[in-house]
Design a protein around this ligand. Structure first.
Ligand SMILES: [Fe+2]
Length: 466
């Protein structure tokens, strides 16, 4: 099974055709342990059944074939309706909460559809270099693959919601903490260049047929100046132990810590703990892919499955606040002068690196991402090789980190693909850094994820600032 769980360093040396095969194969590897009944169930409005993901990611490539492959014949109008997600421009679609209300197309029909699209795409990619719009097509294929990697991560969230420890995940042993990490670091303010700069020490997107080309979403661009005051940021994500203290101090019972929207959730949804926490004989337990564990035994792991509302309440209780996304990005990308990073120069003369550790691709020793195969967060202090020059740990991997920033376009934003990122610029918060379900090749320090403030089925945690 591990054969195509290829690390980023390997994928970067491949052609787009090879990247296509590797990404498409991984989606099927993620769902491989499922039983047929698991594929079609929708356990909540916010999740999608696995069958839908494997069809939808194929539908995306079918829209590419429809647009660019002369004479392409649509596979099935019913499939177009069932597997479109939210793109008004691609016609009517089934409502999201109803994705689990149909038994057709069957799982086997959906897999046949997927195989058909793969066959067509293989031929299409082979001939693409002879086309006038080669670069445009290659960019859209890469975008389709990045889209599929987002769905791979969503599959992990959705399978967890569906089955939790009943899913037979191929879990590898977790690394041990080798360093105790606590306290905050001081970061100097000033002008900061926020966002993705082509050529941040990486190969720019000029050779789109090459998987080495670094992809960035339109929402990470353009790079622009922001002013930051001096600030402090936690060296580690907030841990289960930290969060238990908040809970034991009556955090969920005290309105003073909560935004109005959060207090309303506490009362209407009866929140008493993060998602996947259960109380047994008065003791808090956490259920994950590996089983049921005492929360106290996980005290040194990053807290996960908390909403922005809960993260904010904790921060207020702790006398801190959540960082802005610019503060988070500055903490992760700007090293102390003369340190390891070799990326392009920032205004202040410091260097801005692609990752906390510099410009090298993520590997198993630097961050807990999908390839590590843990299917879980790792203990704090387990990735000393991935820390920033300032000593902030696990900023990439483990949990997406909530920021206090609204998900809005950067000044000068230009859409690369209509209805992809641009239509979500209202009401959501930015999260940074990736999680244990994020593929290595998919993450960057400038990556902006976004969710609604109350959502918590995704792998989200936080660290605080001051
Ligand atoms: Fe999608």
């Amino acid at each position: 099974m591990a054969a195509t769980f290829q690390p980023a360093q390997h994928l970067r040396t491949q052609s787009i055709a090879e990247l296509y095969l590797a990404v498409r194969a991984r989606t099927l590897e993620i769902v491989a342990p499922l039983e047929i009944e698991d594929y079609v169930i929708q356990t909540a409005e916010f999740m999608s059944p696995p069958r839908w993901h494997i069809g939808h990611t194929s539908w995306f490539f079918e829209t590419v074939l429809q647009k660019y492959q002369p004479g392409y014949r649509t596979y099935s109008d019913d499939f177009l309706f069932f597997f479109n997600s939210y793109y008004e421009g691609f016609g009517p679609r089934i409502e999201r909460p109803k994705r689990g209300t149909r038994s057709r197309p069957t799982v086997s029909e959906t897999k046949k559809y997927r195989a058909h699209i793969d066959e067509q795409m293989a031929r299409f990619i082979e001939q693409v270099s002879s086309r006038d719009e080669t670069d445009e097509i290659l960019r859209i294929i890469r975008l389709g693959l990045e889209h599929e990697m987002q769905h791979q991560e969503l599959l992990v969230y959705d399978i967890k919601h569906l089955l939790v420890d009943q899913f037979d995940a191929p879990i590898k042993p977790a690394p041990k903490s080798v360093e105790s990490v606590s306290g905050m670091v001081e970061i100097e303010g000033g002008l900061f260049e926020l966002g993705f700069q082509g050529g941040m020490g990486v190969t720019p997107m000029t050779h789109a047929q090459d998987a080495r080309a670094t992809f960035a979403w339109d929402n990470e661009k353009p790079v622009h100046k922001v002013w930051l005051e001096d600030f402090q940021i936690d060296r580690a994500p907030v841990s289960v132990g930290d969060y238990l203290e908040f809970m034991n101090a009556g955090g969920y019972q005290d309105f003073r810590w909560w935004h109005s929207a959060g207090w309303e959730k506490v009362n209407t949804e009866h929140w008493q703990a993060p998602l996947y926490w259960e109380q047994h004989d008065g003791e808090w337990m956490i259920r994950d892919f590996a089983g049921l564990h005492r929360a106290v035994d996980k005290a040194n792991e990053p807290i996960s499955h908390v909403s922005f509302l809960e993260a904010s309440a904790y921060a207020k209780w702790a006398g801190k606040r959540l960082p802005t996304e610019a503060e988070w990005e500055k903490a992760v990308t700007v090293s102390v002068p003369g340190a390891v990073a070799t990326g392009s120069s920032n205004i202040s003369g410091e260097s801005k690196s692609d990752f906390p550790w510099g410009d090298a691709e993520p590997d198993l020793s630097k961050a807990n991402l999908f390839e590590n195969g843990l299917w879980s967060v790792a203990p704090i202090g387990a990735f000393p090789a991935g820390q920033t020059a300032n000593g902030c740990h696990q900023m990439i991997g483990d949990v997406w980190e909530w920021t206090t920033s609204d998900y809005v376009p950067y000044p000068g934003f230009q859409t690369d693909f209509d209805e992809y990122n641009d239509k979500w610029f209202v009401g959501q918060k930015v999260l940074r850094g990736g999680s244990f379900a994020t593929p290595q090749i998919h993450i960057r320090s400038t990556y902006r994820n976004f969710f609604y403030p109350h959502e918590r089925w995704m792998i989200a945690g936080f660290r605080c600032a001051k």
